[in-house]
Write a protein that binds this ligand. Sequence first.
Ligand SMILES: Nc1nc2c(ncn2[C@@H]2O[C@H](COP(=O)(O)OP(=O)(O)OP(=O)(O)O)[C@@H](O)[C@H]2O)c(=O)[nH]1
Ligand SMILES: [Mg+2]
Length: 278
Amino acid sequence: MGNICIIGPRDSGKTTYLAALAYKMRASKNSKKFNIQPLGDDSKDIAEKAENIICQGASFEPNKIGGMTKSVDDLPLYSFSIEIQNSWFTKPDSFQLNVRDYPGEIFEKIADSNQSDPICEEFIEECLRKDVIGCLILLTAWDRAADALYNQVMNRFIDLMDSHDRTDDFRLAVAMSKSERGELWPGRLDPETDLFRLHLPRTKDTLRERITSKNLRFYAISTFGVLNRNDPRPNRIDERGKFGKASVLRDAPRWRPYNLIEPLHWLSQTTKFKEKVK
Ligand SMILES: Nc1nc2c(ncn2[C@@H]2O[C@H](COP(=O)(O)OP(=O)(O)OP(=O)(O)O)[C@@H](O)[C@H]2O)c(=O)[nH]1
Ligand SMILES: [Mg+2]
């Protein structure tokens, strides 16, 4: 069993990513490379939402603290059983993933060390607990202001890793989400150089300087993907949705997410976490 946390700013695509894991991968049974099974009612429920929301050209409501959400335990916790076939000649890697859908608000609060916020503190305690193997960080903007904010959050997060004695055994998979965007798509093949070094240099340098290289990898992912291998137009439409500016899936039958599983696979391969799913 493996606990992974997924964090990222508001609107970085966390909920959509989790819904795609629950739904899309389950739907693509013919895929030779991996198989994902949502476990438990919450995970099945989000798979249904993927069908009723993403496939219908709509988007998820932003997750928010407040109202019914007074503690991290009120946030949904999803479980998936994941099996990845590396080659025809070896046994597949299989693992169970447990992951909570945190609101982006929490990511932004990490940077503010003066502000004591009970949910943010609970989140840090949960996220850096010894049985959590690592974190998938979804970043989405690439302007200088975003680089400054992400850099501040990463510095603070690494300080917290240090104070929780997790510096040596906590992996970080840092991903640029929504990488089907035209400016980013060509950079997906070497994301560290062509996305992070180019667009988010301060954030990238901080991570490289402060995290040991075996515990850090950079990724490009896109939950929506592009229309086809030979048609790199984004499989999305930008519009004004119910919750403000939104991007929605353009052509559901051609929905093929890009690189969703790779960061999870890498995170799962720590020596601490080799337990097989029965
Ligand atoms: N272009 C593009 N848009 C995406 C992708 N994935 C999600 N989105 C859109 O990004 C917006 C935010 O997605 P969410 O999944 O709600 O983001 P979130 O990180 O959960 O946001 P909070 O709950 O507010 O923290 C929605 O309009 C999504 O449809 C993607 O792969 N590409
Ligand atoms: Mg969300």
